[in-house]
Design a protein around this ligand. Structure first.
Ligand code: SF4
Length: 312
């Protein structure tokens, strides 16, 4: 799998493609996982869909070596997108990522708030660090130790080290000017890859992203300086559509429990205690709406009988 080819495949996404992107870009032995490594977070942003907690019932009891072994023992090459909560506050996170990077690709969703960011380029195989996806959180930054200047400094550091880092600003349904000001500020401060990110959840009696106005989205899209999944035209009404989640892609929670995707949380098995090959399923989507555009775009393929509708 090549980073640039994968990005190009997303940019050129066609809802009429016969193959899903995961099939066309990953070979038979490559698999993809989104791993919610912790649900703890040092921020507490109002709009966070993961409703990050300050405490969790128990820590993951597994050692780093047990975790690395579990991935290696599948004899597959994984693209692991590590999310949270805030991954950087997971105990020994850098050491774990460093070991995983030897055999697997890594990307990280993070608020970049800890100084461990400066050690990321020193992991054992930085070439396998595929990308850093960072929320800017303008309104929240000043509440925490990591203010906006600190955030900008870290993004520029990673850029200088040629690590691909994406900055995203939440685009509330009535806050175009605010998003524009934020993005202009980041551009003026040397940040390269920036995009508005669509709000997910209820806002003033409507439910987003489904209720975004089409013209508003087009206007918002003009602000982005890089690729962003949220602006790809994708029909979220996926029920009955063939989807490779559960077969080539999994969502894993902090305890190792696997489900198909962010939308369908039915447990398939446990990554650390079950035989991975017995977990695999191929099924049509059973959800009324696919919550995460990225997963749907990545994993679904054209169904001859499926009526394609546009969301926007
Ligand atoms: S909700 Fe989305 S990712 Fe999950 S099975 Fe349906 S199409 Fe696939």
């Amino acid at each position: 799998m090549e980073k640039q080819k994968l990005l190009n495949a997303f940019e050129n996404y066609s809802k009429n493609a016969k193959k899903s992107i995961i099939e066309s870009q990953l070979n038979n032995n490559e698999f993809f996982m989104t791993w919610e490594i912790t649900n703890l977070c040092n921020f507490s942003c109002d709009y966070c869909q993961n409703s990050a907690k300050k405490t969790q019932k128990k820590e993951n009891p597994r050692t780093h070596q047990e975790i690395v072994n579990a991935f290696n023992n599948t004899k597959k090459k994984w693209f692991i997108n590590i999310t949270g909560g805030e991954p950087l506050i997971y105990p020994g996170f850098l050491e774990l990522v460093s070991e995983l990077s030897i055999n697997h690709y890594i990307s990280i969703d993070t608020n970049l708030s800890t100084d461990d960011v400066y050690k990321l380029p020193n992991i054992k195989n930085p070439k396998n660090l595929m990308g850093i996806f960072s929320g800017v959180h303008f309104a929240d930054r000043d509440k925490y130790k990591s203010n906006l200047d600190d955030y900008i400094k870290k993004v520029r550091f990673l850029q200088d080290k040629e690590i691909m880092v994406f900055a995203s600003c939440i685009a509330f349904p009535d806050a175009y000017e605010d998003a524009k000001n934020q993005i202009d500020y980041l551009i003026d401060n040397g940040i390269k890859f920036i995009s508005p990110k669509l709000y997910i959840g209820e806002y003033k009696g409507k439910y987003y992203p489904y209720d975004y106005n089409k013209q508003y989205l087009k206007k918002m899209e003009t602000l982005k300086t890089c690729f962003e999944f949220d602006f790809i035209e994708f029909d979220r009404k996926t029920k009955g559509k063939t989807c490779l989640s559960g077969k080539k892609y999994f969502y894993m929670d902090k305890d190792g429990d696997l489900s198909r995707c962010s939308t369908i949380s039915t447990k398939l098995g446990n990554f650390f205690t079950d035989d991975f090959d017995t977990i695999l399923i191929t099924k049509k989507c059973t959800a009324d709406l696919c919550i995460l555009a990225f997963e749907g775009i990545f994993l679904t393929k054209r169904n001859k009988k499926c009526v394609i509708r546009n969301l926007f």
